[in-house]
Design a protein around this ligand. Sequence first.
Ligand code: KE4
Length: 445
Amino acid sequence: MTAAHHPSAVTAARRTHSRAAFAHARHLIPGGVNSPARAFGGVGGEPIFFQSALGQRLTDIDGNTYLDYIGSWGPMILGHRHPRVMAAIERVLTTGTSYGAPTEAESDLAELIIAAVPSIEKVRMVSSGTEAAMSAVRLARGFTRRDRIVKFAGNYHGHVDALLVAAGSSAATLGVPNSPGITEGTARDTLVLDYNEPEQLDDAFRAQGDTIAAVLLEPVVGNMGLVVPTPEFLEAARRLTSRHGALLVFDEVMTGFRLAYGGAQELLGVTPDLTTLGKIVGGGLPLGAYGGRADVMDHVLPAGKVFQAGTLSGNPLAVAAGMATLEELRDTSPYAALDRRGARLEAGFRAAAAQAGLTTWTARVGSMMTTFFQSGPEPVPVTGWKTAGPSDTDRYAAFFWGMIDRGIYLPCSQYEALFFSAAHTDADIDATIAAAVEVMGGMAS
Ligand code: KE4
C-alpha cells in the first residue's frame, strides 16, 4: 500500500522554507534527498529540512522545533551535540582531519570496540554500515570459499548489491524489493528466507548447506519496524552455521551500542562469528566497522588475501566522535534509564491506541520501538515481513503527521524503528504520550 498524502494541514503553513528548499533540491539531487529514507515516501507530503539540533531537539529551517525520535536513524544516542563529543571533534580540528595513514587513535577505538563487543577479537574500520556489510559478505565468502549468502525478508543491510533483495527499510517502504541494476548473477547467490522461521533455515542447510558462506541477520530487526527474534530462530542460526562450516554474521549497525554496550548479542547471549557496526560507533560521523573471530579477520588484506580498502577509513574526525561517544556510553551506561523510559513510552502508546479503539501491535527493545498500525479487529503479532508488510501505512501516515503537528518527529515510515536518546527526559516522554493520545483519539476508526 502506498501512503496517501497526509501533508499536515495544521502546520504546513509553518514549513514554507522547507517546501521551497525541497523544490530547489529536486532540481539538483535525485528526489531532492541524499538518501531515500528521508524523502517521506512512506508518509506522503514533503520532507522537512533542518538547520540545527541540540540534545533531544531538532530545529527546522522555518524555526519549528521537534522532539527527535530518529536521532539521525540511530547514531545520536547521547543526543545532538553532546559536549564530550563536540570537544573531541574540536581537538582534532587543531591537528588534522585525514592523513590516509595510520594513527594511534584508530587503535584506541579498535581496543574500545573489542572490549565492548563479545564476538569481536579483531576489527576493521570503514565509512558506513553498507561498507561494513559488503566487506563482511566478501570476507565470509573468501574465508569459506563458498558463494551463497542467506538473508531475511525485512532485514536491511545497506545498499549492497548482494543484499538489496527483499530488503527492509526504505526499499520495503518504497515497495522496491529488488532494485533495478541488481544482476541475476548477483541475486542468484542470495537466499532470502523468512525471519523467525527456523524450519526454513533447517531446509536451506539440508538442501545446500555446503554452499552457504554465511547467514546474515539483524539480531533485533529495526528495518521492517521493530521485530524481536525468537530464541529458537537464533539457536537454529547459530547451530546450523556451526555444523555446516558457514559463518553467522550479526548486523548490529543499528543495535550495536544501542540496546546494550555490547549490542544485541550481549542481551541475547548469542555469539556470532562476525559483527557489522555503524551509526553509534561513529558518533554521527561517517564510520562503520566489521569484526569478529581473529582467525576469520586475519584473511583481510594485507594480513590475508580478501581485498577491502577505503581512503577515509578510520579518519581522525570520525574516530574522535566515535571514541567520545563510546567512552561516554561506557562511563555513564544510560541503558537502564533508556529501558525505563522506553517502557513508559510503550505503555503510553499501547494505552492511547486502546483508548482510541485502534488495532496496533507495539514492539520494543530498550530505546528502539515501533507501533504497527493494523486494519483488522484484533492485533496480529509482528514476527517477520509477512506480518509487518500488511501494516496500515495510511493510518501510520496519519499518526506521523498528527505528531508532526505537535512537534514530535517520528520515523517517516511504518517500517522503521523509532529511537530516543539519553537526553530525552521523563517530561519529554510524557509529552509524547499526551500527543499520541490526542492524535490517535482523532484517528479513531
Ligand atoms: P549505512 O550505509 O546507511 O550507514 O548503513 C546501512 C545499514 C546497515 N545495517 C542496518 C541494520 C541498517 O539499519 C542500516 C541503515 N539504516 C537505515 C535506516 N533504516 C539508514 C537510513 C537511510 O538509509 O537513510
